[in-house]
Design a protein around this ligand. Structure first.
Ligand code: NAD
Ligand code: ZN
Length: 733
């Protein structure tokens, strides 16, 4: 506004541009109001809406003669649709002016103080009464202890007394009681007229149908209807379980639930009501009543009739106390059970409120101090797919950078494919992005009204996206939420995990190959697959020398490692099979399958039906094994293993020649010399099985020290109990 010429061609141009902008802002805001208040389907974030409104206010401020009564800056909400009967409010329902910055609050307080001093309602000392930084008298205190200065505080701050409250993020309603009974409930609508939602409001348990105590002849109570975060999450779960669209946020869910034509639907929705104000109050003779002198006193009075009033209220004197309240509430905002989008400061003294009065659409005695936005809208530029260490594919939203929750966000998680489809987000969509507190940013959902024509439904790839090497098939097993790369032995994203698993004790049991070393070997490209590891240990190559140069290795450990690898060139088939890291193939399954087929080739070529012949192998396991070997990349690694001389040997001779063949044993307690694993291995080698629970099929329970309930169970079922010596005897037999 500085140096804007008052006249002349440039001024004229500027004027025309402002005028045009004003018209377009008004039209846009009207459209947003309609979508937000009437259709419960906003297409921009609240923050974006607030920016448009601020811009319109600035233009109108520069051109006061352009302000018309129908400008959105002068009006509340939007005219309701005629789905509901119309209610004319006995006392208009207003909005609140907004403050976003601390200066706005200081200016508000100064304005209020000046008017109240003029009116003789505040001493001169109350003007700009901001105590020095760090000084104790902050003038704030919990409502109960309202005005008694705590001993550690100095004299009370002489500033204006404000009732500070949460600004609930729900929707405003007015409840009318006559002779103590609820007779009517209405939405705010355009402030003058709202929608009759009496039948719906009656279903809210927090709304008294009949007032407690001695109620005035007419009492209008005003407050917010909202949904807690937990209730919202549960409702959305139920919505998706039924195949209905989830709600975008709790406010939207509350508004949609309350403005239902069928009150039976509202009755199923977990809505709550908190009172923060009032409308008409009349005595039996029809005279206006004002039972208390302050706003905070009035809320206490309302609480007495059985209303839930806003918790977290505080009486604050002067701007600095307000700002402290703002900070404190802002810091604990994430812990509240419901969402608040700011705090509200109201001059506490009702006489002072009368003097301050109203401007256009909001009282002059109150202001809403908004928190930084946690939700913004932006464009979804693409969906990238990341591959995790176990092959899990995670879709990640690539966003037009957007400032939200205090940081610039360019990526947001989409969790998995189902989530994308559940929320129906598509590339090119305008989406709502949310970042609350330290929680990682998420895509809440699309703005359907802004979807570009023909935006395709997202399809989570047919091939692993680890570029450019992997390209293995991806699969999403039935009943699972996660899509995976099936190239487990080959996929670059899964290399470290695969090698680490293969070297582990129950797999190939390669001593001296720790995570750090695997990391280095993979990172410098020396080892890409299990076959490369064996190649490295080939005595004819320079692997040992190379290894000895690694940090913390040295000649001796290099030699030991090479030896350890070479000793595993002919592992039992079951161990090799387990080492491959096939999903759902644990030690026991690997052993059963290895015994059944006897060679890696036979397993590789086994059909699902053939796999199902193995005792204890079910459809999930069979399908998983098939998938694994169907992936060409995995078969190539098996071939490569063979090429470097890895040939598994058959597991121990088939059952029948074994002392424990067909017998199931249960181990319990601590054996004197054998560990659990050793005992298990011996039993298995002898053809037996080990089970975790005692049943009639149990042949023996092997009990050591501190054996527990299994002994009792054995006694109950008449199962034989032996000790370690007994087990050894069985094995030796
Ligand atoms: N995204 C959109 O398209 C869109 C459109 C319209 C409005 N909006 C949002 O709504 C706001 C404007 O709506 P508004 O006119 O309802 O104003 P408001 O929500 O900023 O403030 C007034 C409202 O605050 C609520 N409130 C909560 N706690 C309160 C308390 N303790 N005391 C008094 N009131 C309390 C009441 O419902 C009241 O009507 C915008 O700033 C924006 O956030 C968004
Ligand atoms: Zn892959």
């Amino acid at each position: 506004m500085t140096s804007r010429p008052e006249a002349g061609a440039a001024g004229q141009d500027r004027e025309t541009a402002d005028r045009r902008r004003l018209e377009s802002l008004r039209a846009d805001i009207e459209a947003h109001n309609r979508r937000y208040y009437v259709e419960d389907a906003p297409s921009v974030s609240d923050a974006e809406y607030d920016r448009l409104m601020a811009e319109l206010q600035a233009i109108e401020h520069d051109h006061p003669d352009w302000v018309t009564p129908d400008s959105p800056t002068q009006r509340v909400g939007a005219t309701p649709l005629d789905h509901f009967a119309t209610v004319r409010h006995a006392v208009r329902m207003l909005s609140l002016s907004n403050a976003f910055e601390a200066e706005d609050v200081v200016a508000f307080d100064e304005r209020v103080a000046a008017i109240l001093i003029d009116a003789g309602l505040l001493g001169e000392a109350g003007r700009g009464a901001v105590p020095a930084d760090g000084a104790a008298p902050d003038g704030s205190g919990p409502l109960a202890a309202a005005d008694e200065a705590a001993p550690h505080r100095g004299p009370p701050n002489p500033g204006v007394a404000y009732a500070a409250e949460y600004k609930f993020d729900g929707l405003a309603v007015s409840l009318r009681y006559e002779k103590g009974r609820l007779v009517q409930a209405a939405t705010r609508g355009d402030g003058a007229q709202g929608e009759d939602i009496t039948a719906n409001i009656r279903t809210l348990r927090s709304v008294p149908l009949r007032l407690r105590g001695d109620a005035p002849a007419v009492l209008e109570v005003r407050g917010e209807v909202l949904m807690t975060r937990a209730d919202f999450a549960r409702l959305n779960e139920a919505q998706t379980a039924r195949g209905d669209k989830p709600f975008v946020n709790p406010r939207n869910a509350a508004a949609g639930s309350l403005r239902q034509l069928d009150p039976r639907v509202t009755a199923t929705r977990p809505l709550r009501f908190y009172a923060y104000g009032w409308g008409q109050i009349l005595d039996a003779a029809g005279a206006e009543l004002r039972p208390r002198a302050t706003h905070s006193g009035m809320l206490e009075w309302l609480a007495g009739f059985g209303f839930a009033v806003s918790p977290g209220r505080m009486l604050c004197h002067g701007a600095s106390a307000l700002l402290r309240f703002y900070e404190t509430v802002g810091a604990s905002r994430a812990n509240l059970p419901y969402e608040i989008d700011g705090v509200v400061y109201k001059v506490d003294d009702l006489r002072a409120q009368d003097v301050l009065g109203f401007v256009a659409r909001a009282p002059r005695f109150a202001i809403a101090h908004k928190f930084p936005a946690q939700e913004e809208t932006t464009r979804l530029l693409g969906i990238d797919v990341q591959v995790g260490r176990t092959g899990a594919l995670t879709p990640v939203a690539r966003l037009q950078p957007v400032f939200v929750g205090g940081v610039t966000v360019t990526n947001a998680t989409l969790h998995n494919e189902d989530e994308i489809h559940r929320k129906d987000v598509r590339i090119g969509d305008t989406v709502v992005v949310r970042r609350a507190g330290d929680v990682i940013p998420e895509v809440v959902g699309p703005v359907l009204a802004l979807r570009p024509a023909g935006a395709p439904v997202f399809d989570l790839l047919a091939a692993c996206p680890v570029c450019p090497e992997c390209g293995s098939a991806v699969e999403r097993p039935e009943g699972e939420a996660v899509t995976r790369c099936t190239g487990g032995l080959f996929c670059p994203a899964q290399r470290k995990q695969t090698l680490w698993h293969a070297a582990s004790r129950k797999a190939l049991d390669i001593d001296g190959l720790g995570d750090k070393l695997i990391e280095q070997l993979v990172d410098n490209g020396k080892v890409r697959t299990l076959a490369d590891l064996y190649a490295l240990a080939d005595p004819s190559g320079g692997g040992e020398l190379e290894l000895s140069t690694y940090p913390r290795m040295g000649a001796k450990s290099a030699r030991n490692l090479v030896e350890a690898i070479n000793q595993r060139r002919h592992p039992p088939l079951s161990r090799l099979l387990y080492a491959l890291g096939i999903r759902h193939v644990g030690e026991t399954t690997a052993r059963d399958v290895a015994r059944h087929f006897g060679s890696i080739d036979a397993i590789m070529h086994a059909s699902e039906d053939a796999l199902l012949q193995v005792p204890d192998v079910g459809p999930v396991v069979a399908a998983s094994i098939r998938r694994f070997f169907a992936e060409a990349h995995n078969r190539e690694v098996i071939d490569a293993l063979r090429a470097v001389g890895v040939e598994p040997r058959a597991d121990e001779a088939p059952a029948g020649e074994k002392p424990l063949a067909g017998k199931t044993l249960v181990l319990t307690g601590t054996l004197p010399s054998l560990s659990r694993d050793e005992a298990t291995r011996l039993i298995l080698a002898a053809g037996g099985k080990v089970s975790g629970s005692v049943s009639r099929k149990t042949a023996w329970v092997v009990a050591g020290d501190e054996a527990g309930s299994k002994l009792a169970k054995a006694a109950e079922l008449g199962v034989a109990v032996i000790d370690e010596a007994g087990l050894k005897a069985l094995l030796g037999a």
